[in-house]
Design a protein around this ligand. Structure first.
Ligand code: UDP
Length: 498
């Protein structure tokens, strides 16, 4: 369709090459397309394998177009078939970042020439991942609106940016190994164990530091920053993000994918269990009696921790669904070996009906939406956090990387919806402690209060994203205000300031 004749306008979205980014980008594109079918054309751009997976799960009436960019991962030392963080070992993660930056010439060609030629109208806006700050150059060159989309929360993003920009953990000199973070209140302290492995032992000239500083700084010169959160969910975090970046921040979330019973996994991932089988299993359990255990799309605990966690889950006496994949250090895509679980574990939990082990990828949203789920043991990646809170499900935190440590800190200390069980991959995990924490969070004392708070968070989320007649919740109103700025080409005013 020639956009020029029906005055549709084109928005191009470019997520970072990770499921935790692609999933909310797609959800955002679908939300805009669904709200404004005649007003905007949405094109989500990624690499061939990612686009192929997305295509297999995207309904034909989604209103979102998909475009491929050629990806030359081998030029950056990536193995064949590796087009995202979920298909590489941890040692290769940074290469995915480097390879993603090499998409620039093709992306530029797509936005400047291919799309205008094929659609009759040049894109008016690029919404790009905060890890793709280089897209600001493309937008400036073409004179189009640029928005950076942070798929993390406000608080998590603000701390994460400050950590890379200032590396404050290098100065942790006190006996407690605690440190403050520039541009944060003095009372805000982090412990060295809350530093992501990627930030350990880095210095100003480290290629990772140079890379992240550049992307973050570029995003701070964007026209707007979209954040997948609700202002009322994390007022302090969104205000800090606004203050520290200086960009108009729009808290437009949570933007969550729709719950479906489709046999295709989210973003086209292959499911380790059919959603119906999972739901049937959950149906056979009482309300709030099941613990869901999953560490996102690209993380796994260590081999020793896996044995300890398994023993702890048995010790807890609770029912559970556990998404298992090979432990940290092994090929995450490889075959799962029996020796990674205690002897007889799988058979015991299966025959007793107490546990359901799902290989690699589960229908997470559908599980969390089920009334039998009472708690979520999670690495507290932001998507998982939002998906849990939107259903009023409290969390047991086990952060491993990136901004997960700060998410857990906020969820536990400010929101009271999480208890941190463990941190990172080196700590030993006492099975008895696993049992104790699971019992506490799913129990009737602290657990009850956590469920109350999680239900409050769910209500905040519902209100932020509701639409009743002409009345819109604040997140929805912020999305509309953002689109208005894009369409008019006027400077944006965000909604995140305190
Ligand atoms: N996810 C899923 N099934 C799984 C594991 C993950 O559907 O078995 C989805 C999950 O619902 C979420 C995303 O993958 O939308 C993970 O994002 P998150 O930010 O929680 O963690 P990340 O993978 O980025 O560390």
């Amino acid at each position: 369709m020639a956009v020029g004749t029906d005055r549709r306008q084109h928005i191009v979205l470019l997520p970072f090459l990770a499921q935790g980014h692609i999933i909310p980008f797609l959800a955002l594109a679908r939300r805009i397309a669904q709200r404004h079918p005649g007003r905007f054309t949405l094109t989500l751009v990624s690499t061939p394998l990612n686009v192929r997976s997305l295509r297999s799960s995207l309904p034909p009436d989604s209103g979102v177009l998909l475009r491929e960019l050629p990806f030359r991962g081998a030029d950056h030392g990536l193995p064949p078939g590796a087009e995202g963080t979920d298909s590489v070992s941890h040692g290769l993660l940074f290469k995915v970042f480097q390879a993603s930056a090499s998409l620039r010439p093709e992306f530029e060609g797509l936005v400047a020439e291919d799309i205008p030629r094929e659609d009759g109208c040049p894109p008016i806006c690029i919404i790009a991942d905060v890890f793709m700050g280089w897209t600001v150059h493309v937008a400036r060159q073409l004179g189009v609106f640029h928005a950076a989309f942070s798929t993390c929360g406000g608080f998590g993003s603000a701390v994460y940016f400050a950590m890379w920009l200032h590396l404050p953990h290098r100065h942790a000199a006190s006996e407690e190994d605690e440190f403050g973070v520039p541009s944060f209140p003095e009372t805000f302290r982090l412990h060295l164990s809350q530093t992501s492995p990627a930030l350990k032992n880095v210095h100003d000239q480290d290629p990772r530091v140079i890379f992240f500083r550049e992307q973050i700084t570029l995003c701070c010169s964007s026209d707007a920053m979209l954040c997948n959160t609700a202002k009322a969910l994390e007022p302090t975090g969104t205000a800090l993000l606004q203050k520290n970046t200086g960009v108009p921040v729009f808290s437009i979330g949570p933007i969550l994918p729709p719950v479906t019973r489709s046999s295709a996994g989210r973003a086209g991932k292959v499911l380790g269990i059919a959603p119906e089988a999972c739901i049937e299993w959950l149906d056979a359990h009482p309300p709030r009696s099941v613990l869901y255990v999953s560490f996102g799309s690209q993380n796994s605990v260590s081999a020793q921790q896996m044995l300890q966690l398994a023993a702890g889950l048995e010790a807890s006496g609770r029912s559970f669904i556990w998404v298992i994949r090979p432990p940290f250090g092994f090929d995450l895509k490889g075959q799962f070996r029996a020796e990674w679980l205690p002897e007889g574990f799988e058979e015991r939990v299966r025959s007793s009906g107490r546990g359901l082990l799902v290989r690699d990828w589960a229908p997470q949203l559908e599980i969390l939406a089920h009334g039998s789920v009472g708690a979520f043991m999670s690495h507290c990646g932001w998507n998982s956090t939002l998906e849990s809170l939107a259903r009023g499900v409290p969390l047991i935190g086990w952060p491993m990387a990136a901004e997960q440590f700060y998410n857990v800190k906020m969820l536990e200390e400010e929101m009271g919806v999480c208890v941190e069980l463990a941190r990172g991959l080196v700590q030993e995990v006492d099975p008895a402690e696993v049992g104790r924490v699971v019992g506490m969070v799913m129990g009737e004392e602290k657990g009850k209060e956590m469920r109350r708070r999680a239900a409050e968070a769910a209500e905040v989320i519902r209100v932020a994203t509701r639409e009743e007649g002409a009345e819109k919740g604040p997140s929805l109103a912020a999305l509309e205000a953002f689109l208005e700025s894009v369409q008019k080409g006027t400077p944006a005013t965000g909604n995140a300031a305190a």
